[in-house]
Design a protein around this ligand. Sequence first.
Ligand code: GDP
Ligand code: MG
Length: 363
Amino acid sequence: MFEVNEQLIERALIIGLVHKSTDKEKELHELNELEALAKTAGAKPVEKIIQIRDKVDPTYYIGKGKAEELCNIDVDILLFNESLSPAQIANLEELTGKKVLDRQDIILDIFAQHARTKSSKIEVELAQLNYNLTRLTGHGRELSRLGGGIGTRGPGETKLEVDRRKIRKRIDYLKKELKKVERTRDIQRHHRDGIYTIAILGYTNSGKSTLLNAFTNANTVVNNQLFVTLDPLTRIGVTNKGNKFLLIDTVGFIRGIPTQIMASFRSTLEEATKANLRLILVDISSEKFEEELDETEKVMEELNILESLNILVFNKIDRIVDNAILNNLKKQYPNAVFISAKNKTGLNDLLDKIDDCKKHFRN
Ligand code: GDP
Ligand code: MG
């Protein structure tokens, strides 16, 4: 067993900025999410602050006065909810001596930590390089007047241009690698043809891994972290009519994840898009479940699977103590299935729905 060295854990201050005090509540919800993400990434969030400003400060984002205050707080990371410009990052890092990160950095770090297959590792590196390139491009606005190619190489070339060229070269190489790996995966996928595949999709923490376990008793890691399952985990299940199916636990969605990032993880999400049926899992006990469902549907639309064969599954009904609320939701969503993955209730309804959907399946 490893001992966790407290000194190695980076302490993070979580910072949000709003224009009016009325926007504070929404921001606080996002900061709570960011806090959970930071924990998943392995940092220790120590405090959350919300700054109210009419306008973003172009030099220090939160303003010089506030930035100076932060110098005295004992943290290693200043973690911002929004993306800062490269200049703001550089200025803040120089002034405070602390590392400046944003939500996107944290999400990419989590993907990086959980990437185990070759293709997901390549995807993570590609996403990181692309994000860094955006930052460099931001830096080099004046430089881009020079253009690229003949006449711009050789002596006189700035470090920035070298960095940019190196990054682009690496991106080209990785894209080719990814294509190669994907071709091998296609071949592997053929072996599964003929088996009905079901992917579990949904917002992080909605209970995807718990549901997988409830069905199949597979030893999937279940925990409270966001994004715990990057490599799709697959187990065999069986319906009441004896129909076998493959159940796939996919990576979770998260609100506010840039669609560009989501799209760059296409090969990781392929398991979900190529499945015969999808279970859209929603944590009914979340205050924001309707918003979360909206966000999930947005990503599904992006992946062209919103109109495909899906079952809406409301999970954690054990947490709804008021029966009237539950009955109302059942009226509101007549096609949905209501379950508790933890207590294994409602699973027979779900299995029957799966049998119904499978009728439309032709080998
Ligand atoms: P994932 O991120 O979607 O894979 O979610 P997990 O399966 O890891 O579950 C997230 C948390 O919700 C865990 O603490 C689970 O124990 C809990 N959870 C999952 N299903 C239920 C349920 O039906 N009822 C309750 N009360 N908690 C649940
Ligand atoms: Mg999970």
